[in-house]
Ligand binder design. Structure first.
Ligand code: TYD
Length: 153
């Protein structure tokens, strides 16, 4: 991932399976623009883009981990919070500006909540949609991490 030079790492702990990315914004008297490019400022090949909007503030979305998929979440309008748990580290991020993305690698449990009324959460993914890639039970997620650890020993 170090070879992708066009983004700034905003957090430094490499052992975490998630990190904030800062995107360069081009601004002039016309306003602002941010460009996202596969394998440049986005550290993977983008296969899918989707966006989440009109989510009520009391709704919790996500509640899953992906076996293979890596994703970047960017709140391009409004704000929401994202809790991430990679089995070793747990953190809550407040995504409240469109110059920052949260890279979430595979095998990270994530929940999105506290959506503002105007929130549009853009998600970039390096995989096509595949229901079978989802782990929807936290217990199953912990079991899968444990299996991975045992496999590596
Ligand atoms: P879901 O994964 O439950 O959303 P969230 O994790 O944000 O709570 O997806 C909601 C619905 O959209 C579900 O029926 C699956 C469908 N979906 C697609 O068809 N394609 C996609 O790329 C995604 C992410 C979801």
């Amino acid at each position: 991932m170090q070879k992708f030079l066009n983004f700034t790492k905003a957090s430094s702990n490499v052992s975490k399976k998630y990190q904030l990315l800062k995107f360069k914004a081009c601004g002039d008297n016309k306003g602002w623009l941010i460009s996202l490019e596969s394998s440049k400022n986005i550290p993977f090949e983008i296969k899918r883009v989707f966006y989440i909007f009109s989510t009520q503030s009391d709704v919790v979305r996500g509640k899953h981990a992906l076996k293979k998929g890596n994703q970047i979440l960017i709140s391009i309008c409004g704000s929401c919070k994202v809790s991430v748990d990679d089995g070793e580290n747990k953190e809550i991020f407040n995504l409240n500006n469109n110059k920052t993305g949260l890279l979430i690698n595979n095998m990270v449990w994530r929940e999105m909540f506290d959506f503002s009324d105007d929130c549009v959460l853009l998600v970039l993914s390096d995989h096509y949609y595949n229901e079978d890639d989802y782990i929807n039970s936290y217990k199953e997620f912990l079991k899968a991490l444990e299996n991975d650890r045992n496999y590596q020993i």
